[in-house]
Design a protein around this ligand. Structure first.
Ligand code: MEV
Length: 427
């Protein structure tokens, strides 16, 4: 695995074939991985047929490369699978602006998942809690070796925590949380197997009835954090000074911090960066979404996932910390050729490293949206990018693309028919 530079200047101006050649040249990816990323050899229907039921085919999404990211001092090219224009470009641009101040500094907790057991009909809750505490070691030991591959990587059962829910529609009951370190696996299967295994013994110890046995997607013991600093000078553009942009971004963030209507949209912008990497790596994006939004409401009021402030020197500082339960082994990550190639491209060694990359892209994407919203609005940038796609759809190639796109955007008439007229007038 050779390090590479993620600084791809003008990547978008190349043809698709050229971009793939650049990627192959830059990285030491084998031809199978390159073919998987380029779409020449993605997920087959035969592979898909083993993944879900009633398979009739496979569904595709555009796969783009976010450039310029530097994460904990390492350059990384980030594959993103999504249908929405402007996300890949703007995340790459924000990553470029962060490079001069050291890129993204990321960290993670241990990859500990939570498995829940709902214990109903407990005759004596205090005695049941005491019995579970007294037998915690034996309970943990009984499930610690259930997953040899996780154990081999240093994971295993870590703790058992018990809570009493005093107020629910069916009255009070107990909840036990099994804390299980699943290392590089997302761990849903491992945790679900472990809680199901524990249920009979927990019933015996508590005298109650174990009802649900399932992991929690609020994985707040498995957190990843990204922080980056953007020098004020890097934020200036057009008629906007760096200070104006910085202050406008902080004001925009304050809106999301205070108002759930805005927070939902603000956080959607963050997930615009997160989901595409989660999807490209074959991970469960519904789990990532559920955990992130639940965490954003952890204080009883839904709020911004990120924070924006200025440091003593006046630089813009962005921080994003989220539950991020991702895997790099097992599940679709293992079967899907694009997921395998995506992980190789990013050269990630651990699930935590992947989670940190994902959170960094979320932060970059959040900044991209806030910067646009706090200045010219998002439509202008979208229009320029959309105009490029329309120009290509009309048959423009090479230098014609930018020329026609600029004209369409200037006329605020981004339609294929108009692009075709312009193209004909150039020829
Ligand atoms: C659009 O997909 C995402 C934004 O609405 C995010 C935001 O408003 O912060 C632009």
């Amino acid at each position: 695995m050779n390090p590479y530079s993620s600084r791809l200047s003008g990547f978008y101006k190349h043809s698709l074939a050229e971009r793939i050649a650049i990627l192959a040249d830059l990285t030491d990816l084998d031809s199978d991985s390159i073919n998987a990323l380029s779409g020449a050899a993605g997920l087959t229907t035969a592979q898909a047929d083993h993944m879900i039921e009633n398979v009739i085919g496979v569904h595709s999404l555009p796969l783009g490369i976010a450039a310029n990211f530097q994460i904990n001092g390492r350059d990384v090219l980030i594959p993103m699978a999504l249908e929405e224009p402007s996300v890949v470009a703007s995340a790459s641009f924000m990553a470029k602006l962060a490079r001069n101040s050291g890129g993204f500094v990321c960290s993670s907790t241990e990859p500990e998942m939570i498995g829940q057991l709902q214990i109903l009909d407990v005759p004596d809750p205090a005695a049941a809690i005491a019995a579970l505490h007294a037998n915690t070691n034996a309970l943990l030991q009984s499930v610690d070796h259930l997953h040899p591959s996780i154990k081999k990587r240093g994971g295993g059962a870590r703790a058992l925590e018990v809570r009493e829910i005093t107020d629910s529609p069916i009255g009070p009951f107990l909840v036990a949380h099994l804390i299980y370190d699943t290392r590089d696996a997302m761990g849903a299967n491992a945790v679900n197997t472990a809680v199901e295994y524990l249920a009979p013994e927990i019933e015996r110890l508590t005298g109650g009835r174990v009802h649900l046995r399932i992991l929690s997607n609020l994985t707040d013991r498995r957190m990843s954090k990204a922080r980056a600093v953007w020098p004020t000078s890097a934020l200036a553009f057009g008629e906007f000074t760096g200070e104006d942009v910085r202050d406008g971004i902080i004001e925009a963030w304050a809106f999301a911090a205070a108002d759930p209507y805005r927070a939902a949209t603000h956080n959607k912008g963050i997930m615009n960066g997160i989901d595409p990497v989660v999807i490209a790596t074959g991970n469960d994006w519904r789990a990532a979404e559920a955990g992130a939004h639940a965490y954003a409401a952890r204080d009883g009021r839904y709020t911004s996932m990120s924070t924006w402030s200025k440091d003593a020197a006046g630089n813009l500082v962005g921080e994003l910390e989220l539950p991020m339960a991702l895997g790099i082994v097992g599940g679709a990550t293992k079967v899907h050729p694009v997921a395998q190639a995506a992980l190789k491209l990013m050269q990630v060694q651990t699930a935590n490293e992947l989670a940190e990359i994902v959170v960094a892209v979320g932060l970059a994407q959040n900044l991209a949206a806030l910067r646009a919203l706090a200045t010219e609005g998002i439509q202008r940038g979208h229009m320029t990018l959309h105009a490029r796609q329309v120009a290509v759809a009309a048959g423009a190639t090479g230098a014609q693309i930018e020329k026609i796109a600029a004209q369409l955007a200037a006329e605020k008439n981004v339609r294929v028919a108009r692009a075709q007229e312009l193209l004909a007038s150039f020829n």
